[in-house]
Design a protein around this ligand. Structure first.
Ligand SMILES: Cc1cc2nc3c(=O)[nH]c(=O)nc-3n(C[C@H](O)[C@H](O)[C@H](O)COP(=O)(O)OP(=O)(O)OC[C@H]3O[C@@H](n4cnc5c(N)ncnc54)[C@H](O)[C@@H]3O)c2cc1C
Length: 709
């Protein structure tokens, strides 16, 4: 057996290709560029360091400059060469049940290293996208590192198609007010540990990329559709002692090989055959999901948010292409359904009193695109293999979706299994596959994976518990004592939780994103972060500021503030339908100021009895905050139900309610992304990745106050 199948060593033919791309000096330059970039990013030190990294990267060929970390051992050979290599490998035939994320990543990894693979899929529409719609999925740094080490070209395609969210601030917020509870930095841990930065990608696109890679390596027949595996049998040839396994489909078809991998998801039949039937555990939450054409005002600064509540929580994430994905979780018994056309209304019943950041997304999603499913998980188990049969991904450790790590764990599993099979194959001489200790490999693979998978499973459960038991104020959830909430006394649990999370979050992030690094180090992948992964919407030096200062983060949004009539802001119709009208009536609040009044010369003329000729002035100060000043009006200016003193500026925040005269029309302070104010601007029309704003310059244009704060 040639040693070229290990992850740590490329076959000579492939090596020369790796060298052609990253030979000697180039590799050093690439690594130097990457290291310099890392220094700049991690230390948050100087723009000069970043520039010198960019300059160093510019000195090397374009492909290397963009991706100094793409030197991996995975053979880059086209299909025929891979096929030739395969003829020299042991004829280890691997049957994979399930062409989900885990099954396909495993197939790509094994095919590239010369194994004979067949993937059996029950329903190909799940991977080719015809008819069945499955939303985007977050692939985090740990899994992207594994993907990169398994197949650099596949990883590159994922980078092209995906949307980076890890280059921005992410975190947890109060569901009602939208105030930040805790923020996550997933960028610096990735840069620090030399891993790619977290992305979101459509599941269908991801699975298509993987399926295409399989077919390029082994031809069209490698994935077999409409095969519902329901059982397996193991055999030992009494004459030769050779062991084999047969996967049995519902229609009686039999598929034999040296190894069967059950990558058939949470309802795995392979698992059932291995350990017997067992009920999946209902998480007590049903989950509504949707994708909306909506442009949040701070999309350039914030990637994803989890809005916390009691018995309900909501997740929103940029998924690129001007679209936002959201998940609304609600505690209720399993099996619930909604009358046709009533899902949006149900969601507004559940989340209608929450921040606009939540309700806008619901309103902007067409009813027909709101899906619903109950969330299940399975307790971690400690038997993943049985002879020549092994489990991978959800079939072994289906977890709650709250950490966005279920699919990532499936990718890590696939990487580990490829690594271990390759190592074992290397020990055996060419053509003597029968001597491979397959059962030992499968057992070893489980031992390496089980603790990490179980701990991530536990953390996902904890995250779900935390997100759904959050109580902002004392009295919440206290039944007859609920009235105490009106005093807005912060809930002690909220405060204690916040302190604990602030202390533990950096370590937790490092464990989640970097906990697989030791296994990744066994591949020939350079442990460096990609220059192109740096923040796009602001200068990376501002990252720390935005992490600690909510006001600075608010100011950084590429957004305009304006007053929207409360009737429009609260309407259940989509905000963007009303948008053109709102734009005409409410000019964006500028540094010059907007004067509201009855007089014809005012910038916002409102002809109402409660309004004085020059009633109030709204303006943005040099620091970037927004203020309202009553200009000595007769009826007074009211902010959140309180009359403000004349000639005494009061700071405004998003969602504040403003009325001119006590009985006057009420307005809501709203932020709208700048793209919406451009000619023809519409929600969903802004694609951050295609925004003409040059990434670094955008950050440098931030107000001085933000830089120096
Ligand atoms: C709402 C939600 C959001 C999530 N978000 C994320 C996220 O952001 N990031 C993340 O990493 N994870 C996320 N997850 C978890 C993730 O979806 C799963 O962990 C992941 O899909 C598991 O991959 P898998 O390959 O093990 O199984 P699956 O992706 O479920 O694939 C199993 C495949 O096997 C096929 N199959 C099933 N039975 C058979 C059979 N008997 N014979 C043949 N084929 C069969 C299925 O058709 C399917 O194609 C989320 C989950 C949910 C519910």
């Amino acid at each position: 057996m040639s040693s070229c199948s290990t992850l740590a060593q490329a076959p000579s033919a492939c090596r020369s290709q790796v060298h052609a791309r990253h030979s000697g000096q180039q590799q050093k330059q690439a690594a130097a560029a990457a290291a310099t970039w890392r220094g700049a990013a991690i230390g948050g030190s100087s723009a000069a360091a970043l520039r010198s990294a960019a300059a160093a990267a510019a000195a090397i060929p374009a492909r290397c400059a963009l991706q100094p970390c793409r030197a991996v051992a995975a053979p880059e050979a086209p299909a025929p060469a891979a096929a030739a290599a395969r003829s020299k490998q042991p004829a280890l035939k691997v049957i994979i049940a399930g062409a989900g994320i885990g099954g396909l990543v495993l197939a790509v990894g094994l095919l590239k290293r010369g194994f004979d693979v067949t993937v059996l899929e029950r329903d190909m529409t799940a991977i080719r996208g015809e008819g069945k719609y499955r939303g985007p999925i977050q692939i985090q740094s740990n899994a992207l590192g594994a993907l990169e080490a398994l197949d650099a070209r596949v990883a590159e395609r994922v980078y092209q198609e995906g949307c980076i969210t890890g280059d921005r601030i992410n975190g947890l917020c109060d569901g009602v007010t939208g105030d930040w509870y805790i923020k996550f930095d997933t960028f610096h841990p990735a840069a620090d540990m030399g891993l790619p930065v977290t992305r979101v990608i459509s599941r269908i696109t991801l699975q298509e990329i993987l399926a295409d890679a399989c077919e390029e390596l082994a031809g069209k027949g490698v994935i077999v559709n409409s095969v519902n595996i329901v059982d397996y049998e193991q055999h030992t040839d009494p004459r030769t002692g050779k062991k084999s396994v047969t996967a049995i489909a519902q229609d009686g078809q039999r598929y034999s090989g040296d190894l069967l991998v059950g990558a058939d998801g949470i309802w795995s039949k392979v698992r059932e055959c291995m350990v017997g039937p067992s009920e999946a555990h209902y998480s007590e939450y049903t989950c509504y999901t949707g994708i909306s054409d909506f442009t949040p005002p701070d999309i350039d600064i914030v990637g994803y948010r989890v809005f916390l509540g009691n018995g309900r929580y909501f997740v929103s994430s940029d998924v690129g292409g001007g679209k936002m994905q959201w998940y609304g979780f609600h505690k209720e018994p399993a099996g619930g359904t909604d009358p046709p056309g009533q899902r949006k209304q149900r969601l507004l019943d559940i989340f209608g009193d929450w921040t606009h950041q939540v309700t806008d997304l619901i309103k902007a999603t067409p009813e027909s695109e709101i899906l619903r499913r109950d969330i299940y998980e399975r307790a971690p188990m400690f038997k993943w293999s049985d002879g020549r049969v092994v489990l991978l991904g959800d079939s072994a450790h289906a977890m709650q979706p709250n950490l966005g790590q279920g699919g990532c764990m499936a990718i890590e599993d696939a990487y580990q299994l490829v690594l271990d099979l390759c190592k074992e194959a290397d020990k055996v001489e060419e053509g003597r596959a029968a001597e491979m200790d397959v059962e030992g490999v499968l057992n070893g693979y489980m031992m390496k994976r089980v603790v990490r998978a179980a701990s991530i499973h536990g953390m996902a459960g904890m995250a779900a518990y935390m997100a759904s038991t959050y109580k902002a104020y004392l009295g919440e959830g206290m039944g007859p004592l609920e009235w105490i909430t009106k005093f807005k006394i912060p809930h002690p649990g909220r405060m204690a939780g916040q302190i604990v999370m602030k202390l533990t979050m950096p370590g937790t992030m490092s464990r989640i994103l970097g906990g697989f690094r030791r296994a990744l180090a066994q591949a020939d992948r350079l442990p460096v972060c990609n220059l192109a992964d740096q923040p796009q919407g602001f200068h990376h030096q501002l990252f720390d500021l935005y992490m600690r200062d909510d006001d600075a983060l608010l100011r950084a949004a590429h957004a305009s503030w304006l007053l929207v009539p409360a009737s429009a802001a609260d309407a259940e119709a989509e905000l963007h339908e009303e948008f053109a009208e709102v734009k005409k009536r409410s000019p964006p609040i500028s540094r010059q100021g907007v004067v509201v009044g009855r007089a014809a010369g005012c910038s916002m003329v409102v002809d109402a009895p409660s309004m004085s000729d020059r009633h109030a002035r709204l303006h943005q100060c040099d620091r970037g905050d927004y203020w309202i000043t009553d200009l000595g009006s007769a009826g007074g200016t009211w902010v959140n139900g309180q009359r403000i003193a004349a000639e005494c500026p009061v700071r405004l925040l998003p969602a504040d309610r403003v009325a001119f005269g006590q009985a006057g029309q009420e307005y809501v302070v709203r932020m709208l992304h700048n793209s919406l104010l451009q000619e023809g601007g519409r929600h969903g029309g802004y694609d951050r990745a295609r925004s003409p704003t040059p990434a670094l310059l955008a950050g440098l244009r931030q107000p001085q106050a933000a830089l120096s704060n």
